[in-house]
Write a protein that binds this ligand. Sequence first.
Ligand code: SF4
Ligand code: SF4
Length: 254
Amino acid sequence: MKAGRREFCTIILGGISLLLIPGKTGLARGKGDYKPWYGERYIPSGHRYGMGINVDRCIGCGRCIDACKRENNVSDDPFYFRTWIERYAIAGNGEVTVDSPNGGRDSFKDHIREKNVVRAFFVPKICNQCDKPPCVQVCPVGATYKTDDGVILVDEEYCIGCRYCIQACPYGMRYLNPKTRTADKCTFCYHRILKGLVPACVEACPTEARIFGDLSKVASPLSRFVRINRIMVLKPQLNTEPKVFYAGLDMEVR
Ligand code: SF4
Ligand code: SF4
């Protein structure tokens, strides 16, 4: 049944203007179609979730990636990651090299030996849960949406696998799930945070390089992290308004 609708929509998308689809076919996902994952006492609009990443603390051990794959049933193949670690090495002449073998999942066993490296550091990457998400804007059926607590999710019941969102994300955070053939990405472990738990990657990090929290609460660990550190976000010039905040990030990081 689901595959039938997906095939149908893919054919339509191939042949007819996208403008004709949402609303007219009755297949588009409507705002407010939230799955009832939370109890009556949880009010999504009272929260605004984000993540802080302290680059100076990350040791590139890769435990976060392993935890994410286990928690979210992400394919073991090395092409699929909801979060990964990049290693940046900056040479004295300004040359920058970046590597991320198996997404950093097996840690970085090959050491940087070049003598002219003046700085090397690890940068965890994850969906930025943008406040102005291009991935949401381009989805022709509303399958990608922003919750009232600020998390970007994909409703696989509605996703037609057209990949527009994958192309639109300027951070390369999305992939096509090989099993469901729908768009996939980090959800901040939405199923966990609604129970008051932190995302699996945050729980697994041995150095507390990742800080999860509620930006709407002044006293939350994340609000404090953002207040006391010199914060940067990735690609600020794109005005996507990321809610993943980095401390200790070098200007060379893309
Ligand atoms: S990082 Fe990419 S996938 Fe995540 S919300 Fe922003 S545009 Fe969408
Ligand atoms: S678990 Fe923490 S220290 Fe290890 S790679 Fe992930 S963010 Fe870095």
